[in-house]
Design a protein around this ligand. Structure first.
Ligand code: HEC
Length: 154
């Protein structure tokens, strides 16, 4: 129980990076070039859902690392198809939906894993689906997403 509470706090305090996270090198390049325009940033439904997916999947990660096979995942994840994204974020809805569907399929595969090791493999494949969609639409969180993977020892 204690463990779960501690984990909750850590997640709650973690810093969320949006899509436009820039590296130090990029910031430097910007400073040397044009002045940067300041934009008001309002969180979209999709951004909020993504944060939830991130947090909830880290909870699943701990369970799977502890040898459990999750029976389900939060229903809210299905909203990935309908949640409204930030303006201008998704230019090609059809392609987005293909990735979104693959993500949900991979979430489901975790729950269908036949043993502990398969659950870890399925979980890592799900993380890869997060990453492949992010490579196209929103690169900022990629380093964070890659860190979500479970180390599997043979
Ligand atoms: C189908 C494509 C797709 C998949 C799959 C996907 N994402 Fe995203 N993600 C996006 C898009 C697009 C945004 C930008 C949303 C916006 O700004 O409206 C985003 C935003 C985010 C953000 C930033 C939220 C913020 O605070 O602005 C995080 C963190 C994130 N995703 C994590 C994940 C994780 C973790 C997974 C897998 C469990 C995942 N994403 C799966 C497309 C995807």
């Amino acid at each position: 129980m204690r463990k779960i509470i501690v984990l909750g706090c850590l997640i709650g305090a973690s810093f969320f990076v949006g899509c436009n996270q820039t590296t130090e090198a990029e910031k430097k390049a910007e400073n040397e070039g044009q002045p940067k325009e300041l934009e008001m940033y309002e969180e979209s439904e999709l951004a909020l859902l993504m944060r939830e997916m991130y947090e909830d999947n880290l909870v699943l990660k701990t369970q799977i690392e502890n040898g459990e096979i999750p029976e389900s995942f939060p229903e809210d994840f299905y909203n990935i198809h309908t949640a409204i994204a930030s303006k201008g974020m998704i230019s090609d809805t059809a392609a987005f939906n293909v990735y979104a569907e693959q993500y949900l399929v991979n979430m489901k595969k975790i729950t269908e894993a036949s043993d502990k090791k398969q659950a870890k493999i399925a979980y890592n494949e799900m993380v890869m689906t997060c990453a492949s969609c992010h490579q196209i639409y929103c690169q900022g969180p990629l380093p964070k997403i890659r860190k979500m993977k479970i180390k599997i020892d043979e």
